[in-house]
Design a binder for this molecule. Structure first.
Ligand code: ADP
Length: 256
């Protein structure tokens, strides 16, 4: 690694992709995890940087618990989920003595921690680094984007549910991307219909097509839909791989 490279710990990372959502609970962390697993399945080396201070859920989804994080000369060593070191994870949750404390921190404290966190993880060589951000467009997002700017972020994938489109949350996310110069790589509609566990029929509980409509409106690529699937949520809860649901081919071409 060229130690003079201003990208520092991200110098050997080929692609940096942010995953954003307008609000919590729409499946952003689930889809970040699913995308990482799908990329690993395709033979890529992947890292996930979980900066969701108030709800770091990816360690649970990948069944790594709350390990002790070690330091090396270059910074914090990520936690590897497999012996081949093909999936690395660093969660801000690992660094907090008491994760509940962060909920009451003021903006500047969160911003400072995120700034340091983004630059100080020793990723080594990675094909993709996926950054799971908190929901919304807060100081934390600005801190992530500003600290990653010099590392040439490829862009962001926006996760929405069909009905969230009409509430305007995702539109605010789009405005945030435009204002900060973040390219929208694509939009994924999650919880798009419900797959019956008995007959596998998919029913549209909410409206459908909102994600696609939004993509047309903004000119961003529509990457596909992921239905509400009880199998997916139990796999996520138990930390098991479940890659069939993810619109991987469209997403892979958008982020490569
Ligand atoms: P966010 O990161 O946007 O807050 P999560 O990824 O934590 O949301 O997802 C919230 C909950 O919804 C989790 O329990 C997750 O298992 C579940 N979930 C997300 N997407 C799906 C889906 N397509 N089918 C079934 N359950 C889902």
């Amino acid at each position: 690694m060229d130690l003079n490279d201003e990208r520092g710990n991200l110098a050997q990372v080929q692609h940096v992709v942010l995953v954003l959502s307008g609000k919590g609970g729409v499946g952003k962390s689930t889809l970040t995890t699913e995308l990482a697993l799908a990329l690993r399945h395709a033979g890529k080396k992947v890292g996930i940087l979980d900066v969701d201070l108030c709800g770091p859920s990816i360690p649970r989804m990948l069944s790594v618990g709350r390990p002790e994080v070690h330091q090396c000369d270059a910074g914090w060593v990520p936690v590897y989920t497999d012996a081949n070191k093909s999936l690395a994870l660093m969660s801000i949750g690992f660094l907090l003595e008491n994760p509940d404390d962060a909920v009451v921190w003021r903006g500047p404290k969160k911003t400072a921690l995120i700034g340091q966190f983004v630059s100080d993880v020793a990723w080594g060589e990675l094909d993709f680094l996926l950054v799971d951000t908190p929901p919304g467009t807060s100081d934390e997002h600005l801190a992530v984007v500003e600290n990653l700017r010099k590392h040439k972020v490829d862009g962001a994938i926006l996760v929405t549910t069909p009905q969230a489109v009409s509430t305007g949350d995702v539109r605010r996310e789009i405005t945030f991307c435009k204002k900060t110069g973040l390219r929208i790589l694509g939009i994924v509609e999650n919880m798009s219909g419900f797959v019956c566990p008995h007959c596998s029929e998919c029913s549209n509980i909410f409206s459908k097509g909102g994600g696609e409509e939004l993509a047309k409106l903004t000119g961003a690529p529509f990457l596909g839909c992921v239905p509400l699937d009880p199998q997916l949520s139990s796999c996520v809860e138990e930390g098991r791989d479940f890659i069939q649901a993810f619109p991987e081919s469209a997403t892979f071409s958008a982020i490569s």
